[in-house]
Ligand binder design. Structure first.
Ligand code: CTP
Length: 402
């Protein structure tokens, strides 16, 4: 069997010495490891150490003087099954989050298509610095994995959050990412996200507070599991996750036609979008003027996308969301049946930590056979993993029945 390939990027922090241990761990378990070092990292550990441990030449230069005629950075980016940056300095996070490619490591980072795991290490004040927090958030939203930093004694003498995760934990996390990758390989996944905006006139619209965080997290995690992902997204500030085909829409009608147009070829549909239920009958082409009297706005129902597709479900897996502030269970069960779903994710925006425009959610899964699973409060990224775990199990049991 071909060895699995680990590309390790080392940046200039004191924790660089722990990367030698990480290389040893992978090599001992029969992985092939190649290392890219930044210039600063060579102040902390020598390429010779890593060359000896990995058994491979260490890359530092963007334009090495010897051999390579082809594009060195693309070769390395294409080679890896997983790319680990450990330790990652604040400087590297800044460069990676803004797409700066001014040395070999940052250039390979931008070119890599494999899963990427980042293990930051820095002083705790640097970790808390708002620009660093923002860069981490941005990189997470692009679909990269993070581990640590941990709290403890720091090399600078401080005690706080900033220590690089232990090599054994980085190793375990990399393994679980590698083994997760592939569970949905070959599966065509259609996901909807965010809200719709229904025009009232040339400048105004009816909408809701959905940010798209849940649907985008599902797209990122499904991609990491090897699925082919199409995301039909209403208006959202979130960046397009790379590797996901994103179809942007504005109105409920556009979302309906986007879903219908891609439904036949999908294996799984997850409707995480908060679609408007009503739209103005006659949106005004110009701007409606203020006349001082009451203004009546006539609304008509939009197409219920899941209900229209319910009869065409065949052996597809379809998951819906139910946003309920009262009688959640009863209403969610009605939607589950009416929309012919495999399960429905019930959430209540009034519950603390749940709902729109935040990074966490607290939900219950209600299944077609009546079973209920209550999940604790968790990040939307983690919830996406939990949803996809169940989707994968349903796909397996459907395949087993064929
Ligand atoms: N949905 C849909 N088409 C619509 C409205 C909603 O496919 N026009 C989907 C949502 O994406 C979600 C599920 O149906 O997966 C339930 O949406 P929700 O807003 O909770 O319920 P509604 O069916 O719209 O009913 P109500 O607003 O009365 O609760």
């Amino acid at each position: 069997m071909e060895k699995r390939k680990i590309l390790l990027g080392i940046t200039g922090g004191i924790a660089a010495y722990k990367s030698a241990e990480l290389v040893r761990m992978f090599v001992k378990r029969d992985f092939e490891v190649r290392v890219i070092m930044t210039k600063a990292s060579r102040e902390f550990i020598t390429p010779l150490t890593l060359e000896t441990l990995s058994g491979n030449e260490v890359s530092v230069e963007m334009f090495p003087k010897n051999k390579h005629f082809s594009t060195h950075h693309i070769d390395l980016a294409d080679w890896a099954d997983i790319f680990i940056i450990a330790p990652s300095t604040a400087n590297f996070l800044g460069k990676a989050s803004s797409g700066i490619c001014d040395d070999l490591l940052s250039t390979v980072f931008a070119a890599a298509g494999c899963p990427i795991l980042i293990a930051p290490a820095m002083n705790s004040n640097m970790w808390d610095y708002p620009a660093v927090r923002e860069n981490v958030r941005k990189l997470e939203s692009f679909g990269f994995y993070f581990i640590g930093p941990e709290t403890g004694d720091l090399a600078c003498g401080w005690i706080g959050r900033g220590r690089m995760a232990e090599p054994s934990e980085i190793y375990e996390t990399a393994l679980s990412i590698l083994s997760a990758n592939g569970e949905l390989r070959g599966i065509k996944m259609l996901i909807t996200a965010s809200r719709t905006e229904e025009p009232i006139d040339a400048v105004r619209y009816i909408s809701n507070r959905s940010s798209g965080k849940m649907g985008y997290a599902l797209a990122i995690e499904a991609l990491a599991l090897g699925a082919e992902v199409k995301l039909i997204a209403g208006p959202s500030e979130l960046p397009n996750p790379r590797g996901v085909e994103v179809i942007k829409v504005n109105t409920a009608a556009e979302m309906a036609s986007g879903v219908r147009g891609n439904f036949d070829e999908c294996d799984v549909l997850i409707m995480a979008a908060a679609v408007a239920d009503y739209t103005p009958v006659e949106p005004s082409e110009g701007k409606i003027k203020k006349l001082g009297d009451d203004l009546n706005l006539r609304l008509k129902p939009t197409e219920d996308i899941l209900s229209s597709l319910a009869l065409h479900k065949a052996d597809k897996v379809i998951i819906g969301f139910a946003l309920e502030t009262e009688n959640g269970l009863i209403n969610a069960r009605k939607k589950l049946a009416a929309k012919n779903l495999d399960f429905i994710v019930l959430n209540n925006p009034k519950e603390s930590g749940a709902g729109f425009n935040i990074d966490t959610n607290r939900v219950d899964f209600i299944y077609a056979d009546g079973k209920i699973e209550s999940l604790p409060l968790m990040s939307k990224r983690r919830l996406a993993q939990e949803i996809l775990k169940r989707v994968s199990a349903i796909l397996k049991s459907k395949a087993g029945r064929e």
